[in-house]
Structure formats: structure tokens, C-alpha cells
Write a protein that binds this ligand. Sequence first.
Ligand code: UD1
Length: 431
Amino acid sequence: MDSIIITGNGPLSGRIPISGAKNTCLKLMTAALLADEPLTLTNVPRLSDITTLRALLESLGCEVALLREGRVMVLSARQITSHRADYQIVRKLRASFNVLGPLLARTGEAIVSLPGGCAIGARRVDLHLMALERLGATITLEQGYVHARAAHGLSGAMIEFPLVSVGATENALMAATLAKGTTVIRNAAREPDTVDLAKCLGAMGAQIEGAGSAEITVHGVARLHGTTHEVIPDRIELGTFMIAPAIAGGEVELMGGKRALLEAFCQHLEEAGVEIAETHNSLRVRRRGNRVRAVDVTTAPFPGFPTDLQAQFMALMCTAEGTSVMEETIFENRFMHAPELIRMGARIDVRGGTATVTGVPRLTGAPVMATDLRASVSLIMAGLAAEGETCVARVYHLDRGYEQIEQKLLAVGARIERVKGGVAGTSRFPR
Ligand code: UD1
């Protein structure tokens, strides 16, 4: 298994291009199942999660072609040849559960494996199922698979979620586009990913109002058609690379970055002493002074502080002046980076969903290992500010969600390299 070695190397300087959003692109890909005409996506990120979902869609009969070095994807679901999303793929990528709504709405039947738990928590799917039942589906669970049936099609309904779920909102939204009559989704996710999905569905002929607010109304139509849609920039990749100059010092310009994608996160960074300037097509980020200040964080659904940036912000707080209290409210087991950061000299006390982080002047490099995507990248961020060499094992997590991370960080002056087979202590950089 490959490892990544980072050698803390002082201030960063330069530009990083932000790729298309992984989570948005995954949902847009599943939307292709709703139409019998091709959906063309541009600004597609080249990531292993995208390849995994592509394989699943192909197994359902969707033809997928990549053009322009993988940046453009054409998905054609003219004929659905299978209703079954297999466990072997769904367990690798939870977002593949989002084929359930489109497949059911288009064909009246879907058999999708339950995804199972994952490193950051149980991640239930009850709200996805509740929403589809409200739309008239009959749902049974058989041998680890969800069987959803609606032989006479789905019917519009009122769906009120007891808590905000991005995936369940998106499954409900996609299914409702082809339901008979009007659906109202209350307590809907307001994430930019959901808004972009609604925009793409609108361009495919769906009638949707209120995306981006807590109440979405969908007037069902008989069929959707093809379109071309550009994937929005990845706000989690953007936020991650905003941490880089904040933790290592220097100034980095994030090309394609937009503040509106991450307002709450930007405010926290500014409170910590980081300057953020927005241009028409980028965000420039610069740390004031030698160390950031401690800032408290509570994760929340959009427009709150994103749970997907909690680990990276914790890495930053490890080097801050003062003590910060970080509360994770979305997932129950999302502090698994903390013990690894502690191995790098951080002072973190985790009690349930709260982590208290007391900043230290300097972290020290160490061999570390991560259990999920955002935890892995938080260790890379910590490594940028650590004295000596940090070797991050299990980098396949990173390849799921960060395109060319070494190249992007090398371009701003970081010392980072991938080592095949994960042998530590083989850095080509002079120590
Ligand atoms: C999506 C993102 C993920 C992000 C998360 C929260 C994708 C591919 N992934 O995940 O990166 O961290 O939003 O912003 O878009 N829940 C239930 N029952 C359900 C569904 C969810 O109890 O049926 C709970 C979850 O366990 C969790 C909370 O709701 O505690 C939020 O989860 P949700 O918004 O659904 O996350 P995902 O859509 O899986």
C-alpha cells in the first residue's frame, strides 16, 4: 500500500486549481438514470470514487464515456438492463445508495444493497426509505438488500425529515421529479451539492422550486431529457487547501474558489487570524502572524460549519495559540484523526462528540495512519506544519476524494511525495 511523506518546510506560495466537486458529481451521475437521453457532465474530478460509481451505473445498463482526459463524462441510460446495485460496489461507496430513488422512479423497481456502517459512524438509511415510502413505494429488506417497488409509478407527497440528511433529500428529490403530482420536501438539505443537483435536474426538464431553502417543491413530470451540466467547484477540497497556508504560513491562491460555498468556514478562519480575499475567480488566503488563534467549532448542516472540514480545522487548531472546543454534531465517530494527531505532539482531549484542543507551538513528524478520507488529509495538513517527516499510510482514502494532491501541494512549495509500498524514511528531499 502506498504512503505519502511530507516534510514540514515553512511558508507556502503559489496557486492551486480546485477540481469539480466529488459529492456533487456523484449525485449528478446517478441523475442520469432518470432520463433516456444522455447527460453530459463537465468539470468532472478524476477520483476513484467516481470510477467506482461509474462501474455501478454500467452494471445497471448505463453507458458511460469519458472525454477530454476524463474531464467530461457522457452518461446514457437509454435502457436500464438491471435493477440491482450489488453489495460489492455499494459497500465501497455509500453514495451509490443514491441510485435507489432514480432507478425506482424510472423503472418502478430497484434492488439496492444496504451500504453497512463505515469508519465515521452507523450512517443509517431510514430517512431515504421513509421518503420513498411517502412517495408510494413498497419497501422490503431481503438478505441485506432494499427492494423498492412502485409498479404504477410514484405519487407526489409531503415528506418531512426529522433531521437534515443530504443523501435522503437528494434521493427524494430525484424520485419526486418523475412522480405524479406535487411533492413538498420539508427540512431539506441546503448544501450547494443539492442545489447544483436541482439545477441540473431543472435543465433536464424537472420542475423544482426552493432548492437551497429548507423547503423544496417538485412538480412531477412524465419524462426528463438530456442536458449538459458543469459540476461546481469542490468546496471541501477548497476548504482543505485554505488550511494549508493557515497552518504552514505563506499565501496561496485557490483558483475557482468561491466564498459563498464556505461562508461559515471562512468566518472561522478569519477569526483565527487568516486573511481571505476573493477575486472574480479565486480566493487568496494568507496567515497573519506566526500562529493562528484558537477558535471554537460546532459542525452543522449547510450553511453551518461542514463536518467534512472538521478534521482539517482540528489539525490547524493543534498549532493555534489557546484552547479550542470542537463539537461534532453530524457523525458519531468522527474524531479518529485525534489519536494520530496526538502522535505528532498535539494536545487533544476527546469526550464523546467534543474534542478540546490546546495548541502547541510546533508539531513533530511521525508515522501516522488514517481511517477515512478527511482524516487522512488532516494528517497531511498537520505534516505541512510539523518538524521533520510525517509518513501517512493508507493513502487510498485520499485518492477517493483528492485529485493529484501531491502535485497540487508541490506546486505551492510543499515537500510531499508518494512512496510505493509505503516504506518510511525514503524521502528524496534532503533532511
Ligand atoms: C453527505 C456527504 C458527506 C457529508 C455528509 C454531511 C456525499 C456523498 N456525502 O453524506 O461527505 O459528510 O453529507 O454533510 O454527499 N442519517 C440518518 N438516517 C438517514 C440518513 C442520514 O439518521 O437515513 C443521519 C446520518 O447518520 C448522519 C446525519 O443523518 O448522522 C447526516 O447524514 P447525511 O446528511 O445523510 O450524510 P450523507 O448524505 O451520507
